[in-house]
Design a protein around this ligand. Structure first.
Ligand SMILES: *[C@@H]1O[C@H](CO)[C@@H](O)[C@H](O)[C@H]1NC(C)=O
Ligand SMILES: *[C@@H]1O[C@H](CO)[C@@H](O)[C@H](O)[C@H]1NC(C)=O
Ligand SMILES: *[C@@H]1O[C@H](CO)[C@@H](O)[C@H](O)[C@H]1NC(C)=O
Ligand SMILES: *[C@@H]1O[C@H](CO)[C@@H](O)[C@H](O)[C@H]1NC(C)=O
Ligand SMILES: *[C@@H]1O[C@H](CO)[C@@H](O)[C@H](O)[C@H]1NC(C)=O
Ligand SMILES: *[C@@H]1O[C@H](CO)[C@@H](O)[C@H](O)[C@H]1NC(C)=O
Ligand SMILES: *[C@@H]1O[C@H](CO)[C@@H](O)[C@H](O)[C@H]1NC(C)=O
Length: 821
């Protein structure tokens, strides 16, 4: 989403970063004043911690003899809507001349693999869905002398059985061995909040051959939704005075990362981005493991910090202008670390809810200070486990209470945990399977050309492969004209986000909704794994339910969806682009040809046992393939509807945007873990009001704004706008970090501009955004609830419980601790 302009106005930190970035190839922003609050003597050395880079790295990268199937499979992926019929999706850098011998400078060869075929380059292209690519690195050591400049819609993938190594030459120049968003005269060349659909996995970034005084960055990664980093190692120098850093993010609207290991460095990572979900990051021997320069909300799960001076430094901006809004840390460990958390928050710091912090089930081992505030130790450490501790605003019926204390953590349903930690499972890469275990849908007769009706071919191959082979969707757009059934036992993996596109009259009847993809049939038991794909629609498809999840899977081995997204409109081939669906803020006419979904995802009442990781359900707000990324108006009815009566659902790093009635709806469900969740209200609302395009259907538990808004006023006509999150008759919905945003009122952004003095227009795009309904709703609990543009932050049975003006943060409004009872 586009909110960069406002951000740069607001955030001095970011402009500082940008200024530094423009003049230096070795950016680091941690101010020495903050670092110097930590004495080096707090670096506790321990023989029990054996973390020398060499020993752990060699364990990580132990060579396996299994050839990686993705390297050896026949490469026949296509880009259906690229005019160039020979456009190549899969690019092995060795086919472009890279040697990977640790001696040859491979920069030009790798960059050619990235750019060949007229791809979307930073500076000349805002975005494109027609030039996807996998830039593949076989095992080897790749020496580079300048940054690999990342293009739009790129997956950079290494051999997981023998991680390739990227190494800089001594005279390396560039911001990051991989520069995910290059700087130009006007700042970042790609608008960071519009950088979607990219990944990096299975790589070692090795800076250790470079002098520690050279503050090289391994990866520059300003990025937005539907992006991920997985299974990478960052090796940095850990000599005294080291200036190196692993990942640098200063802007964007993320995002997800997992399974990363960092050694050494001044900063393991520098993080500044609206929101992110981060899982299983391990740091050894950094000065500061995580340096937060700003955020609205980040959720850390399974963090492991070892032998660092500071774990998370969230003190940027100081007590008078904290730029880190909120941080949630769960199921994490700090070992032999001087200070686990460094914060500028205290009872009088500004903004009032800046520096909101939640720690739940955080273990300390030989870590003397858990939380250090602006005037000294706030929470002692040692070797202990913090059940629940936090700071910020706590919701109480009589108004917000500013707290900084231990609290009773959420009670975790045992179905969601393993050894009392929340269950997690990384995206499968099937790297131990031989090539013979895979079946290509193109080899099986599907075309993926966006024109041919692939319904029958796909249903046939899915049916024959279930329980036997992994189904490989070669890159392409697979048009289907009736439901695609994913049978029990299926394992499905895409290539550069292969697209399934529902098209035609079967999906066009709003009164008879039909799934585009149905996972299992109602009541069926079994397991499905699905990764790296997109489900879409084409043209008017008011009756499409893009993904319907029917399966009953065990809590111990749930089904999973990783990096599977919905994308509705705003891309080449959708017939829902700028030409067909321009914005119409001054007209009240609805173009029914732009109604393109009934619902993004439906988890049916009988389904249970589902793990979602990095899933973004997006109704387009702009046309990615338009040279100016111009806004479009696409209408979709409902976002993610979870109606599972047994629940047992994990939502790790999910986001739902721009649907009419709601983004998330939980009805008659229970036992849901969700963190972080992120939503945006449709920019066109309330023109027309929510429920006008999407007639309310009682059987779907729809919210009825025509009755619920009766007598409710906003600064604008702003009540009948989609809920960010709505909970009806549900129990144990446990939210670990939320960003519910409403930036526009009929495309006018001034309503979310917090620079407007408090009491003025600020935060008044819509009246309410999060609703809990029904006497049977209980334990609807939330850490770090962040809202933007909504007057009321929480509504219970129509009554507002919390107002934004009482919980003001830097840009957003934050309640650190909310329990519904
Ligand atoms: C079409 O794609 C092929 C393969 O990537 C490439 O060699 C060729 O240059 C492309 N043609 C154009 C006009 O971009
Ligand atoms: C965490 O990441 C490491 C490195 O990729 C991996 O070996 C380990 O299995 C992961 N742990 C979890 C709990 O996912
Ligand atoms: C702790 O980190 C320092 C660098 O900061 C390193 O010199 C030392 O060897 C590390 N200790 C252990 C036990 O790894
Ligand atoms: C908060 O920290 C600031 C900066 O150290 C200090 O001036 C102020 O007195 C502190 N407030 C309280 C209530 O301790
Ligand atoms: C993009 O915007 C510029 C500046 O407003 C305009 O001149 C140009 O015509 C636009 N391009 C397209 C393809 O709309
Ligand atoms: C809504 O606004 C009208 C007109 O300003 C006012 O009379 C009414 O009391 C308001 N209702 C509520 C619930 O605030
Ligand atoms: C947007 O809203 C503001 C505040 O109400 C108003 O001053 C401004 O004129 C509006 N802009 C447009 C283009 O309507």
């Amino acid at each position: 989403m586009k909110i960069n302009i406002l951000l740069s106005v607001l955030l001095g930190v970011v402009s500082h970063v940008m200024a530094v970035s423009l003049t230096s190839s070795s950016v680091h922003v941690s101010t020495s004043t903050r670092i110097s609050t930590v004495s080096t003597s707090s670096k506790v050395s321990s023989t029990s911690l054996k973390a020398s880079s060499t020993s752990v790295i060699s364990a990580t990268s132990t060579a396996s003899t299994t050839p990686y199937w993705l390297e050896t499979i026949k490469h026949q992926g296509i880009s259906a809507f690229n005019q160039n019929s020979s456009y190549q999706v899969f690019r092995n850098v060795k086919d472009f001349g890279a040697k990977g011998d640790g001696v040859t400078d491979d920069t030009a060869a790798i960059q050619n693999a990235m750019s060949a075929g007229g791809r979307c380059a930073p500076g000349t292209c805002a975005g494109s869905t027609t030039t996807p690519a996998i830039v593949y690195f076989p095992a080897g050591t790749y020496l580079i002398s300048t940054a690999i400049i990342n293009y739009y819609y790129t997956q950079i993938i290494g051999d997981p059985n023998n991680l390739p190594v990227l190494k800089p030459t001594q005279n390396f120049a560039g911001f990051g061995l991989i520069d995910g968003d290059q700087y130009g005269g006007n700042g970042l060349k790609f608008a960071a909040t519009n950088v979607f659909y990219r990944q990096i996995r299975n790589l070692i970034f090795d800076l250790t051959g470079i002098p520690p005084s050279n503050g090289l960055t391994a990866l520059h990664w300003p990025t937005a939704q539907a992006t991920s980093l997985q299974n990478c190692v960052f090796k940095m120098n850990d000599s005294p005075g080291t200036q190196q850093q692993g990942i640098f993010i200063e802007d964007g609207s993320g995002g997800f990362m997992s399974d990363l290991v960092f050694y050494g460095g001044k900063n393991g990572v520098v993080f500044g981005n609206q929101q992110f979900t981060v899982r299983n990051l391990t740091f050894y021997n950094a000065v500061t493991a995580i340096d937060h320069i700003w955020d609205w909300s980040w959720t850390y799960q399974g963090l492991s910090v070892n032998n660092c001076s500071v774990g998370i430094d969230m003190s940027a901006g100081g007590t008078t202008g904290q730029s880190t809004g909120s941080v949630t840390v769960i199921d994490s460990t700090f070992t032999n670390t001087g200070i686990a958390i460094l914060t500028a928050h205290n009872s009088t710091s500004q903004p009032p809810t800046g520096g909101s912090l939640i720690l739940e089930k955080v273990s300390l081992v030989n870590t003397p200070i858990a939380v250090q505030g602006p005037t000294g130790k706030v929470l002692g450490g040692g070797t202990t486990t913090i059940g629940g501790w936090g700071q910020g605003h706590e919701y109480t019926p009589s108004g917000p209470v500013n707290f900084e204390k231990a609290f009773t953590p959420f009670s975790r349903p045992s179905s969601l945990t393993v050894s009392s930690k929340y269950y997690t499972r990384s995206k499968p890469q099937y790297q131990s399977l031989p090539l013979s275990s895979f079946i290509s849908v193109r080899s099986a007769g599907a075309k993926g050309d966006g024109v041919t009706d692939d319904t029958a071919a796909l249903n046939a191959v899915l049916n024959s492969a279930a329980g036997k082979s992994v189904v490989f969707f070669d890159a392409g757009t697979y048009k289907v004209t009736s439901t695609l059934l994913i049978p029990v036992g299926s394992k499905i993996v895409g290539e550069s986000y292969s697209v399934i596109m529902g098209s035609g009259t079967f999906f066009s009847n709003i009164n008879s909704p039909q799934p585009v993809v149905s996972v299992g049939t109602t009541g069926q038991s079994g397991i499905v794994e699905w990764s790296d794909m997109i489900v879409s629609t084409q043209g008017p498809t008011a009756g499409a339910i893009l993904i319907q999840w029917n399966l009953v899977s065990p809590a111990s081995t749930p089904s999973g969806m990783w990096d599977v997204h919905t994308r509705i409109g705003g891309f080449a081939g959708s017939n829902l682009q700028l030409a067909q669906c321009p914005t119409t803020p001054s007209s009240s006419t609805v173009n029914t040809n732009c109604i393109a979904a009934f619902m993004s995802m439906y988890i049916v009442p009988s389904a249970s046992g589902l793990y979602l990781e990095n899933v973004w359900l997006w109704t387009a707000d702009h046309d990615i393939d338009d040279p100016n990324n111009t806004q479009v108006t696409i209408y979709t009815g409902r976002g993610l509807y979870c109606a599972s009566t047994k629940g047992t659902i994990w939502m790790v790093g999910t986001a739902v945007e721009h649907h009419d009635l709601y983004q998330y709806q939980f009805a008659n469900t229970k036992e849901v873990f969700a963190g972080l969740i992120q939503t945006e209200t449709a920019y066109w609302q309330p023109n027309p009001k929510a429920g006008v395009v999407t007639p309310v259907v009682a059987g779907w538990n729809d919210p009825d704004f025509s009755t619920s808004c009766h007598g409710v006023n906003g600064t604008f006509a702003a009540c009948a706008m989609g809920w960010g999150m709505r909970v009806v008759g549900s129990e144990d919905i446990l939210i670990y970090g939320a960003g519910l945003y409403s930036f526009f009122n009929n495309y006018n952004v001034s309503c979310s501009n917090p620079v407007t003095p408090p009491g003025g227009n600020g935060a008044a795009c819509q009246t309410r955004i999060f609703s809990i309904e029904g006497t049977t709703s209980k334990n609807i609990n939330m850490y770090d609830l962040n809202t933007i543009g909504s007057i009321s932050m929480i509504t219970r049975d129509g009554n507002s419980l919390a107002l934004y003006l009482d919980n003001v943060n830097a840009y957003q409004d934050t309640i650190a601790l909310f329990k519904s009872g």
